[in-house]
Structure formats: C-alpha cells, structure tokens
Design a protein around this ligand. Sequence first.
Ligand SMILES: Cc1cc2nc3c(=O)[nH]c(=O)nc-3n(C[C@H](O)[C@H](O)[C@H](O)COP(=O)(O)O)c2cc1C
Length: 355
Amino acid sequence: MLYDRVVRPALFRADPESAHDAVVGLLSILQRLPVGRRFLSLAAGSEPPDGALLETEVSGLKFPNPVGLAAGFDKDCRLAGILPALGFGFLELGSITLRPQPGNPRPRLFRVVESGAIINRMGFNGDGVFSAAERMKAFGRGSVPVGLNIGLNRDCPQERAPAEYAETFRILEPYGDYFAVNVSSPNTPGLRALQDRLQLERILKAIGDANKTRKPLLVKIDPDMADEHLCDLAALVSSAASGMIVSNTTLSRDGVPEAWAGIQGGLSGQPLAGRSTRLVARVFELTGGRLPIVGVGGIFTGADAYAKIRAGASLVQLYTGLVYGGPGAVNRIRAELAECLKRDGFKNIMEAVGK
Ligand SMILES: Cc1cc2nc3c(=O)[nH]c(=O)nc-3n(C[C@H](O)[C@H](O)[C@H](O)COP(=O)(O)O)c2cc1C
C-alpha cells in the first residue's frame, strides 16, 4: 500500500537507472546494519505460512520456496546478504563478465508503465569477475541457494567465447550453488548467435571441463528463436547441462504502445508473460518433463507464477514484477501461489510441475 501510494510514485519520477541505483544503495546500507534484515522483512510484509507446500528440490538443491530473483537486478553481487529478506527462495546474481566494462551509454533503461514493462539495453555493465568473487567470498553461505549468471564481454571475439565463459566460471565456481550461462541477452552484439548449436556445445564443453565440483549448469535462452532451433537446443541442453532458464527479454514489441517500437533493447514484464509461458510448455514437452526449467517473464502475481509451474517450470523468477510490485511482491506471490495449489488439491509444488 505504502509502496503503491508513496514510494513507487516517488521512484518513478526519477530516471529509471538513478532510481535503481538509489534502491541498491539503500539495500547496501540495510545489509550493513544489524537490524537491516529485520527492517526489510517488515517492509516485505508477513511471510506466508506456506510451510512444506512450497518447498522444493531441483538438481540436488533444496529451495524453501520456488520464487527467485532474476538476473540483472544485482549484477555485481552486492546484495546477497539482504535480498532473501524480501522472501525469495533463491537468488540469481549477475550477469558477471570476465573483465569490468561500462555497458552501453545512458539512457539505457526505460519504464513502459502503461504496459507493466521495462525496456533495457544495459549491455552487461559491471565490475568484472574478480570483484564479484571477492564479494561472494566475503558473504559466505547464505540462507537460500544463490545462482551466478555468466555473461560475455563485448570485446570478446566469438572464437574466444568458450574460453572466457569457462575462465569466468572457474573463478566463481566456489561461490555459486548453481550457474547460468547467459547466451541470450539482446544487448551484446553477437551474443545470441552463441545459441547456435555448435557454438553452445563448445561453450558447455569448456565450462563442463572446468566444473570440477559438478555444480548445476543452466542455459538461459531468448524467447524469440524459431521452434526448430529450440528443438535443437532442448536436445543439447538435456545432454550437456542441468536445466534451462526460459526466458530472457524479448526483441518483440507486442503489447507495448507504438511509440516504444523504435527504442532498442530487451522488453520484460507483462507483455512477455504469455510468450515465455508458452516456451516453458514447449521445452517441457520437448524434453519429456525430464529437464528442470526455470520460468521467468512477466510474473506479477501468484497466478502468473502458477501458470509457469503448470506449464513445466520447477522454479520461477522475477525482476520487472519486483519493480512494479515493491518489497511486498514476493511474499504476495508466494501466498497467492499457495492458494492456487491448495485450491487444486496439490500437497506440494513439485506435484504441480507440468500438470
Ligand atoms: C534492467 C534489466 C537488466 C537485466 N539484466 C540481465 C542480465 O544481466 N542477465 C540476464 O541473464 N538477464 C537480465 N535481465 C533479464 C531478466 O533476468 C529476466 O529474464 C527478464 O527481465 C524477464 O523477467 P521479468 O519479466 O520478470 O523481468 C535483465 C532484465 C532487466 C529488466
């Protein structure tokens, strides 16, 4: 309520990236204060008493609930200690690149308020892998699983991509519970071409060779590829990785007013929801339900999360829904999701996956 009436209007008056930086700054301060976590938990509203209903296990990892933070909110791994206070069952931090880089020139983040959407062309701005590793080392073990999402520097030639992904992975390996390979951001020229079967095979092989501790490895895909390509990828990922994150942002401008058609970048939020849910269902079908899927795109409510779970996602994530819904978003989604499960007679979230 307070967020809808006061905080969001104030934040939305500011330039989107400045608002984001202010929120990250505030969360960093809270993380350092002894009462910071408690304070944020209060702002996030009461944790729903979902108990065992939402607990799940995927790729050998235990999750207190299936609602996670999507990559891009905390690219530099600054907030791993405080973000679980928002009710998340897991976090995905990054994308992290081998070398620091500034990303694209500003403005590069846009709110499409009338559509519940965001367009971004950040371009993997970040401090690079050594800073991320140092922060994760200082943070230690968290209360929920943490995934680390790996991207690629803009200046990396295609033929060096497998080596650079593997090197970034090697440095981060001790600090992530799972890893996501981002080959689907639309904001690094040539990155999506790495979803080509042969290219991706080389990347997964290089990371696989570096993966001495057998950490789960997920591939994050774009929602704009043709079905034949998806069939190819589903087969490859089933044999060379542990799961798929479906999906990254879209280049489509369906569902946003015409005026936004010319703004470059990836679109997230409500206009992406149906597209990504259909893709989750397709991957589930193609892999016979055997490949773990993380469903992401336009989750604002428990019903949105439930639709992705019924389509075949074992876990879900959100980013844009958090921007629009505020600190209470995750606990609200969890409570609504629990209601959906109870209504349909499921005793645990795992029973509903792909049903
Ligand atoms: C501002 C912004 C930055 C993002 N940065 C990344 C990123 O660095 N790596 C990544 O894999 N996805 C990134 N994403 C994509 C999200 O993780 C997610 O896949 C997408 O936004 C769809 O989910 P949503 O509709 O809940 O936002 C970013 C999204 C936004 C809005």
